[in-house]
Design a protein around this ligand. Structure first.
Ligand SMILES: Cc1cc2nc3c(=O)[nH]c(=O)nc-3n(C[C@H](O)[C@H](O)[C@H](O)COP(=O)(O)OP(=O)(O)OC[C@H]3O[C@@H](n4cnc5c(N)ncnc54)[C@H](O)[C@@H]3O)c2cc1C
Length: 334
């Protein structure tokens, strides 16, 4: 690990001011916020992240989980994953979020991991993690060793010729299905970014993963109210039952009226370069009956643009079955 200076801040303006001195908020940032540290420190040990300054934001008052008057919820950037997952109102309003969080990592990690840290966690692509190999995300222009390499875990949707890394987060898939909004404060004031616009597709610049700029601090995430009869769930398929990242996952929010699907949101994990909302699947399902044939048609639509690599072709059918099964389970709750 490279030497670094640890700076503790106690106000939001102080945090913004210090991090604004960084050359970037993306890969290679020389000044980084540290929250739970469960992702950042891992990558610092591997010399994948080499910040010269770490800004400890844990003293900031950003850990509250609150119900909003409009029926939605506000999740503080520093709210721990375990606190969000076990929050009575989160469990009641958004089972999909609670289930996604509880399917991730381990109890110890979830006790440290935060809402914003989870949102920004880095890919688990083995070539991103190993500085001996080329990786355009870590070192722009050095090539993508995963293309033609060990790519079993990696993305099949939203990839590019420069990068096929998958977004590893479970939380992010639930937040995508819930149409959450990321609240940011920075040098130019406060702004809100819908989660659908927060993550950037890799394209030719996979080192740029989000819309964040130097000095940008995520303060909280808001989740809108759902229709009153909406049901939701998260299904995660992986190589072992716990402490493992998704090969494929599905986050579903569904409401049915008079035997038809009146409201539907579909997001998928393990398969996308970013948390993958499937408007294609939603379009197939809207106003249709919740039948196996319609669920399968939605899954076909969701995976229509999949571009599998040498080792992850199995994910296409796995993701379809994951989605079909999750849709079936949620439809039975109604
Ligand atoms: C062994 C292991 C297994 C895991 N398994 C899973 C799994 O199955 N599913 C899953 O989803 N996750 C899994 N994780 C990942 C875990 O969820 C993340 O490590 C965790 O959520 C990161 O949160 P953190 O608060 O520790 O982030 P940190 O490590 O503190 O920060 C991560 C990044 O976020 C930035 N950041 C933090 N807060 C802010 C803020 N407020 N504003 C702007 N930037 C900020 C930091 O600068 C850093 O770049 C696993 C992790 C480990 C180590």
């Amino acid at each position: 690990m490279q030497p670094f200076e640890l700076i503790t801040v106690s106000t939001v303006p102080e945090a913004i001011k210090v991090q604004a001195g960084s050359s970037t908020a993306q890969q290679g940032a020389d000044i980084r916020f540290i929250a739970g540290g469960t992702n950042l420190v891992d990558y610092m040990k591997l010399n994948v992240e080499t910040p010269r300054q770490l800004v400890d934001i844990n003293a900031l008052p950003l850990d509250r989980i609150e119900a909003l008057q409009d029926g939605g919820m506000k999740l503080g950037a520093l709210a721990r994953n375990s606190d969000v997952a076990r929050h009575e109102e989160v469990q009641r309003k958004y089972p999909v979020l609670s289930q996604a969080l509880l399917s991730g990592a381990s109890a110890q990690l979830r006790n440290m991991a935060t809402t914003a840290g989870n949102l920004l966690q880095k890919t688990r692509c083995v070539y991103y993690r190993d500085t001996a190999f080329g990786c355009n995300k870590r070192t722009p222009g050095s090539g993508c060793s995963a293309i033609g390499g060990h790519n079993r875990m990696l993305a099949i949707l939203g990839t590019s010729g420069s990068c096929i890394a998958s977004n590893p987060s479970d939380q992010n898939i639930a937040l995508a299905a819930l149409d959450a909004t990321v609240h940011i404060t920075g040098k130019t004031g406060d702004r809100k970014v819908p989660i659908s616009s927060f993550f950037l597709l890799p394209g030719a610049t996979p080192q740029r993963e989000t819309v964040l700029e130097p000095g940008d601090l995520i303060t909280h995430v808001t989740v809108p109210a759902l229709p009153s009869d909406a049901k939701s769930a998260y299904l995660k398929l992986r190589d072992r039952a716990s402490y493992e990242f998704a090969l494929a996952s599905a986050a579903i929010v569904m409401e049915q009226k008079n035997g038809h699907i009146s409201f539907i949101r579909v997001a998928m994990g393990g398969v996308g370069s970013v948390p993958w909302r499937s408007h294609e699947a939603e379009k197939v399902l809207h106003a249709k009956a919740p039948t196996p044939a319609n669920f399968r048609a939605a899954a076909e639509a969701a995976l229509h643009g999949a571009r599998p690599q040498s080792q992850n072709g199995f994910k296409v059918e796995l993701a379809k079955r994951c989605l079909t099964h999750a849709l079936t389970q949620v439809s039975k709750q109604a």
